[in-house]
Design a protein. Structure first.
Length: 278
């Protein structure tokens, strides 16, 4: 899905980069498959960069510059793309808005698409204890704006598997946690999302890592995004994506049913609320 042009008809930076990539590749006498082989990617992936289904990432742009003998041209273009999100999440955020379905797993923190403002602020401040307030608030705003995806009553489908630890870890205090879990419950009761909880009693079953997000698209293959402390990685190799799907299915199998999960979420919310009372 290509991005639209600006209102005045001018090209966006991403459109310009896509056309430049196609033009310089063809001028070099390379097919998409030919360039893909040289940059350790598939021809299909090159095609997706040229038609806007995948973003030109700096690390890929360096390889393209080397193979097309373009100096640091594409690298500079890739670095010029501005994002309101931290660098390692920028590409995933762009893909997120194009997804028809998103399947999240979180082991200790509520995923960004479901975070309340106070919860998001506590998470971001926790990871940036000495940052200026303005910086923290800019990230909070960006995270909350991402949630406009859920304004559409149908797309994207959102299925979230939470480990019970994410319900009980006190992020921002008991009052913040109570409000956060009530927010999740409201989204479930509004029939907008599906949530399952992996209970402590499941043991090692259903453990994928800190955060895993599998995104599906109408016109492109599935992509997996994994995240750890200050690092994120996109996975689009079909075999690895399939492996993540198997692990996600195992997590769902180890989790409580959606109805039982909702009851647990609301119960833990009340526990937090009672403890928050003076």
């Amino acid at each position: 899905m290509a991005k639209p042009k600006d209102e005045d008809g001018a090209q966006t930076p991403e459109e310009f980069a896509r056309e430049e990539l196609r033009g310089k590749r063809e001028a070099a006498g390379l097919t998409q498959e030919g360039l893909g082989e040289r940059i350790f990617a598939t021809g299909a992936y090159v095609g997706m960069m040229e038609n806007g289904q995948r973003r030109l990432r700096p690390e890929i742009a360096k390889l393209i510059d080397r193979e097309l003998n373009t100096g640091d041209y594409f690298f500079r273009l890739a670095r010029a793309f501005k994002s309101k999100h931290v660098e390692y999440f920028a590409v995933a955020a762009e893909l997120e808005v194009r997804a028809t379905a998103i399947y999240d797993y979180a082991s200790s923190l509520v995923p960004g698409l479901l975070q309340t403002e106070d919860y998001a602020r506590a998470v971001i401040r926790g990871g940036n204890p000495t940052a200026l307030d303005a910086y923290v608030e800019s990230l909070v705003t960006s995270r909350i704006e991402r949630q406009r995806l859920l304004d559409d009553p149908v797309t994207p489908e959102l299925w979230v598997v939470l480990h019970e630890a994410a319900l009980r870890t006190e992020v921002g205090g008991r009052g913040v946690m109570a409000a956060q879990l009530r927010h999740i419950a409201a989204c479930v009761r509004g029939n907008r999302i599906t949530v399952q909880v992996v209970p402590f009693s499941a043991g090692a079953q259903g453990t994928l890592g800190s955060l895993v997000s599998i995104m599906q698209f109408a016109d492109a293959p599935d992509v997996v995004y994994t995240e750890g402390p200050r690092v994120g990685q996109l996975v689009d190799d079909p075999a690895l994506v399939q492996r993540h799907w198997k692990l996600y299915d195992l997590a769902r199998a180890a989790a409580l049913s959606p109805a039982t999960s909702l009851a647990l979420i609301e119960s833990v919310a009340e526990e937090h609320a009672k403890c928050a009372q003076p």
